[in-house]
Design a binder for this molecule. Structure first.
Ligand code: SF4
Ligand code: SF4
Length: 335
């Protein structure tokens, strides 16, 4: 028998999880935009949204974190690693495309080195996704092989019913464990409980053709790159908002006596990202920087990690100040 989560159940779930030491995050209205944030009350949880403005990656891969403390004496330097703060965290209301991105990030952060800053947080996380019942002009999950009710990356997938309840599907063992632990908060679904139909998101693009063109370097000098990307101002908003973008920089910040080693998000769209100490910059034009990001999404992620580099969330389109639309580049490369 299927189980249902209703608003009363959600209220109690937030309360019970808090008592059991979990952090709880969900989409909330914040400054006129829906964003994933920590919440304590069910009244804060927003349920009418296409997709939050920020990606949920920041709960496992924060914008900035201290990874070591450095004491600098007259004759010695002491470096003390800082353990990542990894509280048990439930992220509720994640869109299925965002959930898929967690598998992509894990592949990167466990590839040639286990980045425990990411894995310890992600291992303590439970992802409760809600299947989409609406999309907007920027959504294109179906063009990258996903669906509005994809389960990959979710521990629990909820499907909304016409009564504003959610039908629960436990996807992973972690999800099943959470449903079992708090089963008294859920009610049994009657035979009339039906999920609202997921929207059909238009726009099919032949990704195999895109990948085939990116598989060689023949396109490197193609004038298509400067033509398609000439309006890009290199602000980096697309990368910071993207759920699969994962680049970071390490900097020591402080004084001559004490400093903190920080891991901060970085963005391949910013001009000094690949600037060498010599002054040489191998990606010295915005077209080259854009080409790199596009190749990361549609070639490198697939060939190196067998994962999706783009989940079709559309954030990079919504935030771009010059309306540079990645699907237009995909279409051009799928011809
Ligand atoms: S490239 Fe754009 S559409 Fe694709 S996952 Fe990143 S932000 Fe979303
Ligand atoms: S958000 Fe737009 S303008 Fe800014 S770096 Fe990305 S593509 Fe360029």
């Amino acid at each position: 028998m299927a189980l249902i989560l209703n608003k009363t159940g959600l209220d109690r779930l937030i309360h019970f999880l808090g008592n059991d030491g979990y952090n709880f995050a969900a989409p909330v209205m914040d400054g006129g935009k829906v964003r994933y944030k920590h919440v304590e009350l069910v009244e804060e949880v927003e349920t009418d949204y296409v997709i939050p403005a920020n990606s949920a990656k920041e709960f496992f891969f924060p914008q900035t974190e201290t990874i070591a403390e450095i004491e600098i004496g007259k004759t010695n330097v002491e470096l003390t690693p800082v353990e990542p703060n990894a509280p048990r965290t439930v992220i509720f209301g994640v869109r299925p495309c965002d959930a898929v991105s967690f598998a992509s990030l894990r592949a990167v952060f466990t590839w040639d080195f286990i980045d425990e800053s990411y894995t310890k947080r992600a291992d303590n996380g439970v992802i409760i996704s809600i299947a989409c019942t609406q999309g907007d002009d920027s959504c294109f999950c179906t063009s990258v092989g996903l669906t509005p009710d994809a389960t990959e990356g979710s521990d629990i997938l909820l499907r909304e019913t016409d009564k504003d309840d959610y039908i629960i599907e436990a996807v992973t063992e972690r999800g099943k464990e959470l449903v079992d632990t708090y089963k008294e908060l859920f009610i049994e679904a009657d035979h009339k409980a039906k999920p609202i139909f997921s929207p059909a998101i238009p726009g099919e693009i032949d990704l195999e053709k895109v990948a085939a063109k990116l598989a060689t370097t023949d396109h490197y000098g193609d004038p298509i790159w400067p033509e398609l990307t000439r309006k890009c101002v290199g602000c980096g908003a697309c990368t910071f908002s993207c759920p699969t973008c994962h680049c970071f920089d390490i900097t020591d910040e402080g004084t001559a006596f004490h400093s903190e080693r920080k891991k901060n998000w970085d963005a391949c769209q910013i001009d000094n990202f690949t600037l060498h100490a010599s002054g040489h910059n191998p990606r010295d034009t915005q077209a080259k920087r854009w080409r790199n990001r596009f190749m990361c999404k549609f070639h490198i992620y697939q060939t190196k990690w067998d994962q999706k580099g783009c989940v079709g969330c559309g954030r990079c389109i919504r935030v771009c100040p010059v309306r540079l639309d990645i699907t237009e580049v995909m279409e051009e490369f799928s011809k």
